[in-house]
Design a protein around this ligand. Structure first.
Ligand SMILES: Nc1ncnc2c1ncn2[C@@H]1O[C@H](COP(=O)(O)OP(=O)(O)OP(=O)(O)O)[C@@H](O)[C@H]1O
Ligand SMILES: O=C(O)C1=C[C@@H](O)[C@@H](O)[C@H](O)C1
Ligand SMILES: [Mg+2]
Length: 170
């Protein structure tokens, strides 16, 4: 949460001329309400059901940059679909950096109650191995700005032959 998936994914897609899709935004559009409203109506388990259907559908599309929700890796079927159907970049961020970045955020329901920093540490402990298992590349997001981070992701994907330098639009 807050690692930069939406920000970096959108910029990357613009730069290389691919369609950008964010699974959280798709779910909000399809359900006609915010993620926060879905959490309060259906609970986290209900949200994860809807999210798994979205990940299954979206990973079947070609030629897109997909940003997932931060908890998409929790389900094994999501991890499998992402890893097998796509090239996955894990934007790795420290819980303390995320706590600072999201200190005023009111849109992420998992951080609205109790100590957000402690919650982010707990999520990191549980999820870091799952993100590693899902990803083809891990990028540390400590220092670089979102723009620089996007360059780094783009270069990594060009080196891997997933993106072509010829597609650059910058
Ligand atoms: N590398 C970065 N350095 C500084 N700020 C950043 C960086 N990446 C993202 N941000 C900022 O952090 C906030 C959250 O970023 P963003 O919404 O892209 O995260 P996300 O990974 O999509 O989160 P979620 O899992 O909740 O969807 C935004 O305000 C964004 O501008
Ligand atoms: O990390 C998480 O579990 C979440 C991250 C967001 O992208 C949303 O999908 C939702 O707030 C849950
Ligand atoms: Mg996002």
């Amino acid at each position: 949460m807050g690692a930069g998936k939406t920000t970096v994914g959108r910029t990357l897609a613009q730069r290389v001329g691919l369609r950008f899709i964010d699974s959280d935004h798709e779910i909000e559009r399809e359900q006609g309400c915010t993620i926060a409203a879905l959490f309060s109506r259906l609970g986290e388990a209900g949200f994860r059901e809807i999210e798994a259907r979205a990940i299954d559908a979206l990973t079947q599309l070609d030629g897109i940059v997909l940003a997932t929700g931060g908890g998409a890796v929790l389900r094994p079927e999501n991890r499998k679909a992402l890893h097998e159907r796509g090239t996955v970049v894990y934007l790795r961020a420290s819980p303390d950096d995320l706590a600072h970045r999201l200190r005023n955020d009111r849109n992420r329901p998992l951080l609205q109650q109790g100590d957000a920093r402690a919650k982010l540490h707990e999520l990191f402990r549980v999820r870091d191995p799952l993100y590693r298992e899902t990803a083809h590349f891990v990028m540390d997001t400590g220092r670089p700005s979102p723009a620089l981070l996007t360059n780094m992701v783009q270069m990594q994907l060009e080196l891997a032959g997933v993106l072509s330098a010829a597609d650059r639009r910058d």
